[in-house]
Design a protein around this ligand. Structure first.
Ligand code: NAD
Length: 318
């Protein structure tokens, strides 16, 4: 198969790129390196089956031209930062909604009918049902990021109905592991490297969150593609557990052998739009036979180990 992967230099899609190349597929990767890193493509670039297009998805001609000859699209590029939506309200609309439309139109131009999309558990807003299933009551949105991903999901679903596309929509919890470059484990680790005697935590530390290890995430994506065959295939992807932010602080501090003074920003939420309890019901994909190999604690440990062994990643991020 020949896959077109948007956001191929990012955390999740670079790991996906490597996996597909290892399996002998061809990959055309597309990225503008706004948050992605060339270093994440070092393995991929060694493969004759990999083509890198350095471009922005707003360049519709380049997107359309680059997609020529591909069989399926993984649309993973986005503004993946949930926290700063209200600082720049255009960003989620432009990077998450409009580019999804451009990707769909480029697919249509080439008669490519299959798309996998990286969505998020954030689309459930402050969920009324926890653990939250895919068919939860239609959610009220609490973040611009979640709203933009839900809008993109809607466009994709409408293309399935209108143009006979087939879609795989994955609503991830927070993903951890190799090439992780943003999120609370990253923030805590970075703070503790600078000053191991104190740690600032957004919110009261009691926020309950769910996480999934990157290789488990990729296994699940591939499993769903193989075992589900509806017109629109929507899957929550996560583990069957959650932890408190305070738990992960404890694990990180144990790993680093530090005992910082903990300073809390206070409040149930870390920031506007932060959902204090995210826990997805993943029984739909579990019933297909997939299950995660790593626990949340193991995922946090793998992440810290990766950051510890790759200090250059921290220098590339503010
Ligand atoms: N990391 C998580 O925990 C998580 C959780 C839920 C959903 N997601 C979703 O998964 C996807 C991947 O997330 P990630 O954590 O790997 O993020 P990331 O920031 O590491 O990767 C996004 C990639 O897209 C590229 N990109 C962004 N806008 C672009 C544009 N206009 N044109 C071309 N390239 C562009 C970036 O340079 C980057 O390489 C995103 O869609 C994100 O919303 C991530």
């Amino acid at each position: 198969m020949k896959y077109f992967i948007t956001g191929c230099a990012g955390f999740i899609a670079s790991n996906l790129t490597d996996r597909l190349l290892q399996e002998g597929h061809q990959v055309v990767g597309y990225d503008n390196f706004s948050t992605g890193l060339q270093e994440f493509l070092e393995n991929a670039k060694k493969s004759p089956n990999f083509t890198l297009i350095n471009g922005d998805l707003h360049d519709r001609d380049l997107v359309t031209q680059s997609m020529q000859g591909c069989d399926m699209v993984f649309h993973f590029a986005a503004n993946a930062d949930v926290r700063f939506g209200t600082d720049h309200p255009n960003k989620d609309l432009e990077q998450n909604v409009l580019v999804t439309f451009y990707v769909l139109e480029a697919m249509r131009a080439h008669n490519i009918k299959q798309i996998a999309f990286a969505s998020t558990g954030s689309i459930y807003g402050e969920a009324t049902v926890i653990p939250t299933p895919e068919n939860a009551p239609f959610p009220v949105q609490t973040s611009l990021y979640g709203a933009s991903k839900l809008a993109a999901e809607g466009l994709i679903q409408a293309y399935c109905e209108g143009f006979n596309f087939k879609a795989y929509i994955f609503r991830f919890v927070s993903i951890l592991g190799e090439r992780y470059t943003h999120g609370h484990v990253f923030d805590f680790y970075k703070q503790l490297l600078v000053d191991p005697s104190k740690l600032f935590i957004l919110g009261n530390g009691k926020q309950r969150k769910s996480y999934l290890y990157i290789q488990d995430c990729i296994d699940a994506i591939q499993w769903a593609l193989k075992h589900s065959d509806d017109k629109v295939n929507i899957f929550n992807l996560g583990t069957d557990e959650y932890c408190q932010v305070n738990d992960s602080i404890g694990w990180i501090c144990d790993y680093l052998q530090v005992k910082p003074e903990l300073n809390y920003g206070g409040g149930e939420s870390g920031w506007i739009g932060d959902n204090p309890f995210i826990f997805l019901d993943c029984s739909k994909i579990r019933k297909l036979g997939w299950k995660p190999k790593l626990s949340i604690r193991d995922g946090v440990m793998q992440t810290i180990k990766y950051l510890h062994e790759n200090p250059w990643v921290l220098e590339n991020r503010t």
